[in-house]
Ligand binder design. Structure first.
Ligand code: WTA
Length: 631
């Protein structure tokens, strides 16, 4: 079960094998997992459909791999450590045996509530152990989980619940976040007023509040688990049955449900986890992401647990009660691998070194970064002050759609270069394409980042809309999966991710489509139209800049701004709040009516002298007005 590559030479050899004979390569790895029935073929694929299947006709249950198979040897090993928001509160620790029982118990409760294989369950919860338990309990019985980040608004929850036709929502009364407490059940109540598909709601009592409980529909977690057996047979799943849906934003329309399936995702989550973090048996591993995002799915829950690791989850935020919290938690639990986001590093950097220098951080072996390009300054701070120049920094590039880490250093075995993700993992075949879609094969180049061969944890479809999956990812460049990112490859073949080349903004590692935010802004009755672009932001990586056309130029700009923000918070959530809002009398458009975002981007970036050719605009004067009024 140790899937680790142990030297760079071995990596090179494995990589070569994985390209020469991908099926043989993955077969060797997949065989080490526990299958209820073996697969009879490793791979069938076609990127035009797209139609990709891994481990055909294999039957498995991912929770048997994440729990049951560890019981004999690791029954008493810690599976999950939970660190609460409030440092004065006690952490919770579950061994593999205890987690197994909790998951089975809740799986039985789901069944008792009428949830069956294939039903979709929406999970909208705090970062508490019950979130992990709920996710695994769904997987245990073959229900499809759709976790929605607990910062999304009622509208956003309703969209996702309706799109997936979720039969149940699992939530809590509210959550702790630093000094704040935020209601969740109230949001769910508002959301599902407009969702006919939801039959029941399970509520975990996290804060001891007394939310409104609707008779016949809402049930307390502690009630439904009472009398439930602590054993629950694992549902046999086909390798290509859906494991989960996770909604993510793209350049057009509403967020789409990215679909991951059981077999390939299981194999790749564990393989990439062990290799990138070079996890060793007695290590304690901590990923600070929220389980509402893909990073939490793959690298808090599935990758570590399928590998038999000790994984930690954290309820709180990096700056509460002070900006030393991460480092205090690392010392307290003896964390060996630490995986976080550049935005968190930059936020802590801004508070100065003292907070980090007062902790020893001796236990650390590997540091990871994910979610957006890590700028060199943040990389160095992380490497010097956190890693004491002793720990490698693995800059891991991947996406919700890829299911697992694609390009990254592997612990201390690969060469590293600041701000460079590095080399692809074995089995991953990235390419750079030029404007015409031709592969650029030499080094020292830049292009559109695509992948030309399937990997086990790639998305299979977008839920109930396969055509959207095809158009978004497989139609730009024939025979390639298109990532939406631009990248450079240096003289040594190391990749450096530059950022999105489509209309996706990455704010503190959270993805938003410009169209999605514009749609939210436009729902305000006073707004005629709007255009949203990203601009460089010192802490968040990118900030949201909105150009808004009002029916009548507002007299009180501050109030108008507050109203726009309120609309976005209502439609999407606080995380999508525009940083800057400029009221304009019109938008720069081509004669065919297309908004020239390139121009708006340059103005937002503070480079109005680099607008390029504006002669094709319908109304060039509007550009001067926008430049003069820019924030
Ligand atoms: C960006 C998060 C540079 C990228 C796992 C990608 C990165 C998007 C990195 C996916 C990295 C993620 N360096 N950029 N190490 N990791 N990104 O779906 O633009 O939330 O397309 O998945 O984040 O975001 P998502």
């Amino acid at each position: 079960m140790d899937l680790r590559i142990k030297s760079f030479d071995e990596y090179k050899e494995k990589y070569r094998q994985s390209v020469k004979n991908p099926e043989g390569f993955w077969d060797e790895i997949a065989k080490t997992f526990s299958w209820k029935e073996p697969y009879d073929k490793v791979l069938e694929w076609d990127f035009d459909g797209p139609d990709v299947k891994w481990f055909l006709n294999g039957k498995l249950n991912i929770t048997e791999n994440a729990l049951d198979r560890h019981l004999e040897k690791r029954g008493n090993k810690l599976a999950l450590i939970w660190e609460p928001n409030d440092p004065k509160e006690r952490p919770i620790r579950y061994t593999y045996r205890e987690l197994y029982e909790k998951v089975c118990e809740f799986a039985n409760a789901l069944k008792a509530q009428g949830i069956e294989k294939g039903d979709v369950v929406c999970i909208y919860m705090p970062m508490i152990p019950e979130l992990t338990i709920a996710v695994l309990a769904c997987a245990r019985i073959g229900a499809v989980h759709s976790v929605v980040f607990a910062g999304f608004s009622a509208h956003a929850v309703a969209d996702r619940v309706n799109d997936a036709k979720a039969k149940m929502v699992i939530t809590a009364d509210g959550l702790n976040r630093g000094a704040k407490q935020i209601p969740l059940k109230r949001v769910v109540d508002e959301a599902i007023e407009n969702c006919n598909c939801v039959e029941s709601v399970i509520v975990y009592d996290c804060l001891g509040w007394s939310p409104n409980m609707k008779e016949g529909r809402d049930h307390w977690w502690h009630d439904v688990v009472q009398t439930m057996a602590k054993e629950c047979p694992a549902e046999p799943m086909d390798a290509e049955d859906i494991l989960f849906i996770l909604y993510t934003s793209g350049s057009t329309g509403k967020p789409k449900g990215v679909v991951h399936t059981c077999g390939g995702y299981m194999v790749y989550s564990a393989y990439s986890f062990q290799n990138v973090f070079q996890y060793e048996e007695s290590d304690i591993y901590w990923c600070t992401a929220d389980i509402g995002w893909i990073t939490g799915h793959t690298y808090i829950i599935y990758g570590p647990l399928v590998s038999g690791a000790t994984t930690m989850m954290f309820e709180g935020v990096p700056t509460y009660p002070d900006p030393g919290r991460f480092w205090q938690v690392i010392d307290k639990h003896g964390v060996n691998q630490f995986y976080t986001a550049p935005t968190a590093i930059r936020a802590l950097m801004a508070h100065g070194e003292d907070h980090v220098l007062s902790y020893s951080l001796d236990s650390l072996k590997v540091l990871g970064s994910v979610g957006e390009p890590i700028n060199e300054e943040a990389w160095r701070w992380y490497h010097i002050h956190v890693g004491k120049e002793r720990c490698p920094v693995v800059d891991s590039w991947w996406q919700t759609e890829t299911g697992g880490i694609m390009i990254s250093g592997l612990g201390d075995i690969s060469p590293m270069r600041p701000s460079h993700a590095g080399y692809p993992l074995p089995g991953i075949q990235p390419v750079l394409l030029d404007q015409e879609g031709k592969e650029i094969t030499e080094n020292g180049v830049e292009g559109y980042l695509c992948v030309k061969f399937p990997w086990p944890s790639m998305l299979r479809t977008t839920y109930r809309d396969h055509e959207r999956c095809r158009v978004t990812y497989f139609s730009h460049y024939k025979g390639h999966y298109f990532t939406g990112d631009g990248a450079k490859r240096d003289e040594n073949g190391m990749y450096r991710i530059i950022g999105r080349v489509d209309d996706v903004i990455n704010v503190s590692g959270h993805r938003f489509g410009t169209a999605e935010i514009e749609e939210a802004i436009n729902s305000n009755a006073a707004v005629v139209e709007s255009a949203v672009v990203g601009y460089p932001h010192a802490l968040k990586g990118q900030g949201i800049y909105a150009y808004v056309v009002f029916e009548k130029m507002p007299e009180d700009l501050e109030t108008a701004r507050a109203e726009i923000i309120e609309t976005v918070v209502e439609e999407i959530g606080r995380i999508a709040k525009p940083e800057k809002i400029q009221f304009v009398s019109g938008l720069p458009k081509t004669r065919s009516g297309k908004i020239m975002r390139r121009i708006l981007r340059k103005i937002a970036e503070g480079e109005p002298d680099k607008l390029g050719d504006t002669s094709t605009l319908l109304d060039p004067d509007v550009v001067d007005e926008i430049v003069n009024g820019a924030q």
